[in-house]
Write a new protein. Structure first.
Length: 281
């Protein structure tokens, strides 16, 4: 064996030792170092050296993990069967606990999230499940936090993603919503009629105090009818009575004007014939 061969063997051995001793911890990770099976501490991001064979380093990601919670068949407190799915967000806050305290963090959180989802939703009625999702999300997250704190994991957010209802319940809810809208429409219509009746009552009081106001309103109605160029015009009965009264009034005025004129002509006739008035003593 020549000298070059020995050099090559030494270089290869050194490179092998360096390959076994060098570890790179990424910025979003932390390394948990074990030496002969005992935890030696946490290694921060960067280039780290370990003792080959003696040391073992487990890298743990500190990023937020998105974990879907598969749909669960749940019976609500009012005995309605629903299928509810959700999504959970969690992150590791203690790398050592996440490695030492539990074998598989993601699988454990997935299972505990499913059971917690069934438990929390089962304590609410269907209406509460549909309308109070924020409170349900908070309850699930708080329960998960209590469980996962010992694993070095923090659940940051839980959101109900989908709620599937039976077809019969969907039809019943649709009928309920339709009936509710019809009720509100009838109430609004009744309120409108009430306001209209009150306004008409006030208008009738004003017209009783001012009779000509009714006639003016009738004339305005005729004008509105004439806008459409209708061939048939309907005259209200009060208007016809008013026209008759107006004709009678004009006839009386004409007769009253004619009577003084006739008296003045009879007195002037003798004077025109040259008759002298006779003074009596």
């Amino acid at each position: 064996m020549n000298g070059w061969t020995i050099v090559v063997i030494i270089v290869a051995a050194v490179l092998l030792v360096l390959a076994l001793a060098v570890r790179i911890v990424k910025q979003y990770e932390q390394g948990v170092l074990f030496r002969l099976g005992r935890v030696q501490g946490v290694r921060e991001p960067g280039l780290r050296l370990i003792i080959p064979i003696v040391d073992v380093m487990r890298r743990v990601s500190l990023r937020i993990v998105t974990m879907p919670i598969q749909s669960q068949g749940i019976i609500t407190r009012d005995n309605v069967s629903v299928d509810v799915s959700a999504v959970a967000y969690f992150k590791v806050v203690d790398a050592t606990k996440s490695v030492v305290a539990i074998e598989n963090v993601r699988a454990a959180i997935d299972q505990i999230a499913q059971t917690t989802l069934r438990k929390v939703v089962g304590q609410h009625t269907l209406d509460e499940t549909l309308s109070e999702t924020d409170r349900i999300n908070l309850d699930i997250r708080q329960i998960l936090d209590v469980t996962t704190v010992a694993w070095g994991v923090e659940v940051t957010l839980v959101e109900l993603k989908d709620i599937q209802l039976p077809e019969t319940m969907k039809r019943a809810m649709a009928k309920q919503a339709e009936a509710e809208r019809e009720k509100r429409a009838k109430i609004i219509n009744a309120e409108g009629e009430h306001l209209a009746a009150a306004a008409l009552g006030e208008a009738s009081d004003i017209m009783m105090a001012h009779p000509l106001a009714l006639q003016l309103r009738n004339l305005q109605s005729l004008v509105e009818i004439g806008v459409d160029k209708n061939t048939t015009v309907v005259f209200p009965a009060p208007l016809m009575t008013t026209i008759a009264e107006l004709g009678t009034f004009l006839a009386r005025e004409k007769e009253a004007a004619a009577a003084p004129a006739a008296g003045t002509g009879a007195d002037a006739a003798p004077a025109a014939n040259g008759a002298m008035p006779v003074a009596s003593s």
